[in-house]
Design a protein around this ligand. Structure first.
Ligand code: ZN
Length: 298
């Protein structure tokens, strides 16, 4: 009876979807069906209780797994598009370029991060895929006052709320006091200080002469940065961008990220030492954006 009245109601709704409700809704039939349910025969009830009454009366055991499944992400990730900047020179005004580039980052709602941030939030490259960006500025010498235009680049990045990765060449045992104070302050705001070796040595070429040289260049610079700034780098930005063939000597230093130029568009989160590439800049912010978009697929 209940099934028949529901069926009838369904048909009526289907045939008169646009008609006023009062004309089609058979309210009395529904009320009749729900208010006077047909008694279930005892035999059926007995049969049902033997089968179904146990699970409905026994408390449901608490699930051993969390109610929502933890998502598992693919360990192979796209490297966030990474911009390579140096101080302005006669050929290229990286300060003016950066101002335009920040506008593009804002327009596209990009989240600017560092390698260290990714190490601390390993799932971010899966969750925020296509929305992350990394900015690196090379050749910050610990011993010499930082170029005024580079200081201005740092200032506009801070103003935009973007952290960057500063690649530091250590070279000296007596770091510039102002540099140290600035770097310490930047670290507190989420910036990353990367090793750019002790003497800005091209490690790809140096390894043909001595593998120990590679190890020492990285290790000494890490020690000096830690002593001056208080944080041990986990990232090595390769001077000249040439990757080494024998990574063991860098692996021994506890560096986690090696940043070069070519390749490294994807990485595997399971690797203890990760090589990543970076790009640009080109003629202007818009053309650089296009090239990076094509390379890193964001
Ligand atoms: Zn350099």
């Amino acid at each position: 009876m209940k099934r028949i009245s529901s069926l009838l109601l369904g048909i009526l709704f289907l045939t008169g979807a646009c008609a006023p409700v009062a004309k089609i809704a058979p309210i009395p039939m529904i009320q009749e069906a729900t208010s006077t349910p047909s008694p279930i025969p005892t035999v059926v009830w007995t049969a049902m209780s033997t089968v179904t009454s146990v699970p409905t009366q026994t408390p449901i055991p608490a699930p051993t797994l969390p109610p929502t499944a933890i998502p598992t992400f693919d360990p192979i990730r796209f490297t966030p598009p990474t911009l390579m900047l140096h101080r302005p020179n006669l050929q290229f005004d990286s300060l003016a370029f950066l101002k335009d580039f920040i506008t593009l980052l804002k327009l596209n709602n990009m989240q600017v991060v560092t390698y260290r941030y990714i190490s601390e939030h390993p799932d971010v490259t899966a969750i925020e895929k296509g929305k992350l960006f990394i900015i690196t500025i090379d050749d910050i010498f610990l011993a010499y006052p930082i170029d005024k235009r580079v200081l201005e680049m740092i200032r506009i990045l801070r103003e935009a709320g973007y952290p960057a990765v500063l690649s530091v060449v250590t070279e000296t045992d007596s770091p510039d006091k102002n540099n140290v104070a600035l770097l310490q302050d930047l670290v507190k705001s989420g910036w990353e200080i990367a090793s750019h070796t002790d003497t800005h040595l091209n490690l790809g070429r140096a390894e043909t002469a001595s593998l120990n040289l590679v190890y020492n260049e990285v290790m000494i610079s890490m020690d000096k940065i830690e002593k001056a700034v208080g944080v041990r780098p986990i990232t090595l930005v390769l001077p000249g961008g040439d990757m080494v063939s024998d990574v063991e000597n860098i692996q021994r230093t506890d560096i986690h990220w090696i940043v070069g130029i070519g390749d490294g568009n994807t990485y595997d989160v399971r690797d203890s030492l990760i090589y990543v590439g970076r790009e640009g800049p080109y003629k202007n912010a818009a053309s650089t954006w296009r090239v990076m978009k094509q390379r890193f697929g964001f």
